[in-house]
Design a protein around this ligand. Structure first.
Ligand SMILES: *Cc1c(COP(=O)(O)O)cnc(C)c1O
Length: 371
């Protein structure tokens, strides 16, 4: 039996083992641990890659969200609109600024729904946080129009969408700041936690740099405000700088695997697939995940599991409105129904074509026998 885990963590290292060891050895030998040249080099490299003025390394994606919101001036008394179909970290970051997360629906593409955004606006709304989930940017035209009409900030949770584009604009460049996560399973993953913030606004960039390093001014060392220990480790910056050189290659691989899924599974009316890689010229998707909706989902997952194929439910199968202890608004029927059908199939650059063909074969077999 073929064994295909959902994500192959050891393969992440084995992929380029000797090169990683060289990078690590070089950094450790020099004792270059915190805020050293590899961090600043990586920041320049990331900014170049995304054609933005500033990229700033931070401790993780959650810290990226929190620091971005604080730098943008979001705080107590404000409301921030965010889709319910996201990681709890998106709402936690909003809440830690003192603001209130207001949940909205996603659409068929599992991304923020602009109609729902429009109806969630109140006097207190300060910002919209689109979550560019699964490596795809939402249709930003109506979101930008709403933000303009009501004078709202946009702070993107683009943690899953490094390099994805809509209308030729990169994820993370639609508002005051965009955020990335370098968690191992993310498209640009390091060997632990890491994150980044991008912005074209030099004032925001300066503020972010203050907040990530205890509020200390990089020039005179004086604390200008209360910040965090929110820095990206130099060792991880070195690894990320090395990995970024292969990033476009890795994304091309993800897109070709998505195309195989699409071609094999598009005939099944028991599934809703994500938009195909070349189905809409406005979008360039990086396929952080391959999130489908499936009839008989739980039985399908069991069948795949029995046959050695790992799948997961994103966020453990919950949307944020389904956490009663957080006290968020919870009347979101579309997202509610979606969570009963959504699941993730394996998607990472270490997968082989035949792995994906094998998974598709099993799915076809399941529906032949069960529907
Ligand atoms: C990964 C992720 C984050 C942040 O994750 P960290 O683990 O803190 O790096 C935030 N939002 C979304 C949508 C994510 O997928």
């Amino acid at each position: 039996m073929k064994n295909i885990p959902f994500f192959n963590y050891p393969a992440l290292f084995e992929q380029r083992e000797n090169e990683y060891l060289e990078v690590v050895h070089d950094v450790l030998k020099r004792g270059a641990y915190i805020m050293q040249s590899e961090l600043f080099d990586f920041e320049i490299q990331l900014a170049d890659h995304l054609s933005v003025k500033h990229a700033i390394g931070v401790a993780d994606g959650t810290m990226a969200l929190l620091i971005s919101l604080k730098a943008a001036g979001v705080g107590a008394g404000d409301e921030v609109i965010v889709p319910s179909h996201t990681f709890v970290a998106s709402a936690a970051a909003i809440s830690h600024t003192g603001a209130t997360p207001v949940l909205v629906e996603c659409g068929q593409d599992h991304l923020i729904d602009s109609v729902s955004v429009q109806s969630a606006i109140t006097e207190k709304t300060k910002a919209i946080m689109p979550v560019q989930l699964n490596g795809r940017v939402a249709n930003m035209d109506p979101i930008l129009a709403i933000a303009k009409k009501y004078g709202l900030l946009i702070v993107e949770d683009s943690c899953q969408a490094l390099g994805a584009k809509f209308n030729n604009r990169y994820a993370g460049t639609f508002g005051v700041a965009g955020t990335f996560s370098f968690f191992p399973a993310k498209t640009l993953g390091c060997f632990g936690d890491g994150g980044g913030i991008i912005t074209d606004d030099s004032e925001i960039a300066d503020k972010v740099k203050l907040i990530r390093d205890h509020g200390r001014c990089p020039i005179d060392g004086k604390a200008k405000l209360y910040g965090f220990n929110g820095r990206l480790d130099n060792l991880h910056a070195a690894i990320l700088g090395f990995k970024l050189k292969y990033y476009d290659e890795d994304i091309a691989r993800r897109r070709s695997l998505a195309l195989i899924y699409q071609e094999c599974l598009e005939g099944l009316d028991t599934l809703l697939l994500p938009p195909a890689p070349n189905s809409d010229p406005r979008h360039f998707d990086v396929f952080q995940n391959y999130e489908i909706e499936a009839v008989n989902r739980d039985a399908l997952r069991k069948f795949l599991e029995k046959n050695g194929v790992g799948t997961i439910l994103q966020w453990g199968g919950y949307a944020l409105h389904q956490f009663p202890d957080l006290g968020l608004n919870n009347d979101l029927p579309y997202t509610e129904a979606m969570t009963k059908k959504f699941m993730l199939l394996p998607m990472h650059p270490m997968l082989k074509d035949e792995d994906v063909l094998h998974i598709c074969g099993l799915i076809e077999q399941f529906y032949e026998n069960n529907c």
